[in-house]
Design a protein around this ligand. Structure first.
Ligand code: MSP
Length: 739
């Protein structure tokens, strides 16, 4: 099936659409940054399906590699257990958020392993993989080979790279430099946004070296077929998920048919930092294997929180569950798509979230629906009246709705979600204004009762039709709310309408007279101030807990220790600009919306004083997380310990001492020798260049005839006290004091 000649063109196929999220590393639990890409894909998938396009939406988890192996070890779990627990967390979060993926692939599945080995064997057979040796720098965190001498920081994450020296298999990436540049030129829409395109092209123009595609220094991966001491490079393994999930490498006829039907993918949606893997390595692997490259790769920007990229290692994550619990998943979807121009970085803040929620959803769309549905019930017994002839005002609204449709569609389909929603909300505002200007609840003295009934019928039927159009268009973004409104408008189940491609036939005039409305129901209860407090408290509480329960398996946060955000209880945050609810007209029958903080579905407030709660720790996973009897020292006691940053210059084993390493470290102002009992856990050559923390004022001590001048700082892990050296994410000068 993969023997087709790559067409190197980029034809779009309207009949089917295959889109994918990146597959998520299982070294840490999911956070909003991960939810972002998956939510964007879900919105796209829902719209495509509702246009009648056969859609396949793939997501999953990336479970191999040294990073996962180490994380599992730190958590005292096998990699299998560890990966299964975290993968389960991702999947159940996507389910909780109602994300409509068609397949969830785990790279530890047999179907994937088979496909990856088939791909590797194909590349080798076609002469694109050969054996060689590699000595150089490797970033385990990003699973990235880095050029430079020992101690070079990773260009992506800044962590110090490790020196690896291995006999490896290599992929002839250097043969693809010109081919890729030609491919990009022939397919200008292959990658976006423009910044990604420029970056990738300049990377390729800078020259491509052959790529090491196997490792021997660890075993948590897919073995190279026929040479099992090598495992396949994690990025070759991971990228292949996009084809193995469709059945690539399987002999099964149904799998082959699915692969033939959906490949090449229409869209890989990825985070901007992994565009090199997707836009350079991936098309090169595919072309080399005789498979068409994907039609497009689109990079989203980063979700920032507290000024930095939201990530576990910075300790600044917000969980999607928190927003979902307090405001609902529609609120989260709307915020992410409306607030952040796709492709750019965007800030997440609880203030901004609640402002958008109250302003656009509770007071905007929700209030408009509630006004109209209530009045149709009050004045027409819930039955849509005949609108009669349009006046100038109805024509204006009708034309606006058509303009909105014409603008929204290309904006959304070009991933310009923020502008698409802005366009749609202009129609919300215009419909609201139309209602207010025509005041169907008020009969002027010079208007007869019959004339007034006609006026009411015209205005309410017209406004309800505008709401129907708005609701259909916003369905991919607000699926839960749209489903409720669809029912209230007497249109039945929106999921059925989507199956019947309702978005392909959306035009003005679809709401028929005589349609029976369902009873009004609140959509977006207004969020009160305590909604922010509750979300902040939930996150504070979560950031203090060391252990996450994943199903029945306890998984420790595997790397950097958590930095408590604050020692004080979470302050009550006031939205910067209070989103005022528009006063309701005196006689208008819409009930005041409920508040989100009192809604039946919302749980009781989380205790305010989170700082006083001890971190929950499972004895099984981290017995040393809490001392048995806390001993208090004064700040003066602590000040006596001189902790300083040092860099390892020399590291070697000591003959006949199998636990000790002899290190020479540079403190910036002096060089000194330290003996450390870490030989069973660290290869000496991997320590060279690494920045560590030492106790610099410890009295010298002699061991095996050598003097040790200081002590390294390391976490000690169960069950056998395995050390993990303390380090820094940011670059720190040598000799800097830790206080
Ligand atoms: N496993 C690789 C991807 C392999 S795809 C064949 C990986 N995993 S990841 O878990 O580190 O990241 C997965 C995706 O989540 C990336 O696209 C990344 O950009 C995205 N995000 C993680 N944190 C993010 C933000 N704070 N903001 C936006 N997206 C972020 O890379």
């Amino acid at each position: 099936m993969e023997g087709r000649t790559p067409s190197m063109t980029n034809p779009s196929s309207p009949a089917r659409f295959y889109l994918t999220t990146p597959i998520y590393y299982v070294n840490a639990r999911p956070h909003l940054g991960h939810a972002y890409s998956t939510i964007v894909c879900d919105a796209i998938a829902r719209r495509k399906r509702a246009l009648g396009i056969e859609t396949w939406f793939l997501t999953g988890t990336d479970e191999h590699g040294q990073k996962i192996e180490r994380s599992a070890k730190l958590a005292g779990r096998t990699p299998q257990e560890f990966a299964a627990a975290i993968s389960g967390q991702f999947r159940s979060l996507w389910d909780q958020l109602g994300l409509t993926y068609d397949d969830f692939i785990r790279t530890t599945e047999e179907r994937h392993k088979r496909g990856v080995q088939h791909l590797f064997a194909t590349l080798r057979e076609r002469g694109f993989i050969y054996k060689g040796s590699y000595t150089g720098q490797y970033c385990v965190f990003d699973e990235l080979y880095v050029d430079g001498p020992p101690g070079t920081p990773c260009p992506d994450c800044g962590r110090i790279t490790e020196t690896v020296s291995e006999e490896n298999y290599f992929f002839k990436l250097s043969a693809f430099e010109r081919k890729l540049l030609k491919f990009y030129e022939a397919n200008p829409s292959f990658m976006g946004p423009e910044s990604t395109r420029r970056e990738v092209i300049s990377f390729v123009r800078g020259g491509l070296k052959d790529l090491s595609v196997s490792r021997t220094s660890f075993s948590w991966g897919i073995p190279v077929p026929g040479d099992e001491k090598h495992v396949i490079y994690v990025w070759l393994d991971a990228l292949a998920n996009y084809i193995t999930a469709l059945g690539y490498g399987s002999g099964d006829a149904a799998d082959q048919a699915r692969f033939a039907k959906f490949w090449p993918a229409d869209m890989h949606l990825i985070g901007k930092e992994i565009s090199r893997f997707h836009c350079v390595y991936w098309p090169a692997f595919l072309i080399a294997a005789g498979i068409d490259p994907p039609r497009s790769v689109h990079a989203n920007g980063w979700l920032l929180f507290d000024q930095g990229k939201m990530s576990k290692s910075r300790g600044n994550i917000v969980r999607a569950e928190t927003v979902h619990t307090v405001l609902g998943s529609d609120a989260l979807r709307y915020f992410l798509l409306r607030e952040i121009p796709f492709g750019q970085d965007g800030n997440f803040s609880f203030d901004a979230l609640v402002q958008r929620y109250n302003g656009d959803l509770a007071n905007g769309y929700g209030n408009l629906v509630s006004r109209v549905v209530n009045m149709v019930h009050k004045y027409f017994g819930g039955v849509v009246p005949e609108a009669g002839a349009e006046t100038r005002m109805e024509t204006a609204l009708h034309e606006s709705a058509q303009r909105t449709l014409a603008e929204f569609v290309p904006q959304f389909d070009n991933l310009n979600f923020s502008d698409a929603l802005k366009t749609l909300w202009s129609l919300v505002a215009e419909t609201d204004g139309y209602l207010t200007a025509n005041a169907p609840w008020k009969r002027p003295e010079n208007r007869s009762e019959i004339e007034h009934a006609e006026h009411q019928a015209r205005v309410l039927a017209t406004a309800a039709e505008a709401i129907r159009i708005i609701t259909a268009l916003v369905y991919p973004v607000l699926p839960d709310a749209a489903a409720k409104v669809w029912r209230q408008l007497g249109q039945g189940e929106i999921a059925d309408a989507a199956r019947q491609s309702f978005l392909a036939h959306l035009e003005w005039g679809g709401l028929k007279p005589g349609t029976i409305f369902e009873a009004p129901a609140p959509l977006f209860p207004r969020a009160e101030k305590d909604a922010i407090e509750r979300m902040v408290a939930m996150e504070e509480q979560n950031s203090q807990s060391v252990i996450e329960a994943a199903g029945s398996v306890a998984v420790a946060e595997p790397t950097e220790p958590k930095v408590p955000r604050s020692a004080e209880p979470a302050p009550a945050q006031e939205p910067k600009k209070k989103a005022e609810r528009k006063p309701m007209e005196e006689t208008e029958p819409t009930p005041a919306p409920e508040s989100a903080s009192t809604s039946a579905s919302a749980p009781a407030a989380v205790g305010a004083s989170v700082a006083s709660q001890p971190a929950t720790a499972s004895p099984a996973a981290a017995p040393e997380a809490q001392p048995a009897s806390p001993q208090v020292i004064t700040i003066d006691d602590f000040a006596k310990v001189e902790l300083r940053v040092a860099q390892v210059l020399v590291a070697e084993r000591i003959p006949k001492a199998d636990k000790l390493l002899r290190l020479e470290v540079d403190l910036g102002y002096e060089r000194r020798q330290i003996l450390a009992g870490i030989a069973q856990y660290y290869e000496p050559e991997k320590l060279i260049g690494r920045k560590i923390v030492i106790v610099a004022n410890l009295a010298p001590r002699k061991m095996r005839g050598l003097e040790s001048n200081g002590m390294l700082l390391a976490a000690s892990l169960p069950p056998d006290g395995a050390p993990v050296l303390a380090g820094f994410l940011e670059d720190v000068p040598l000799g800097a004091r830790l206080k």
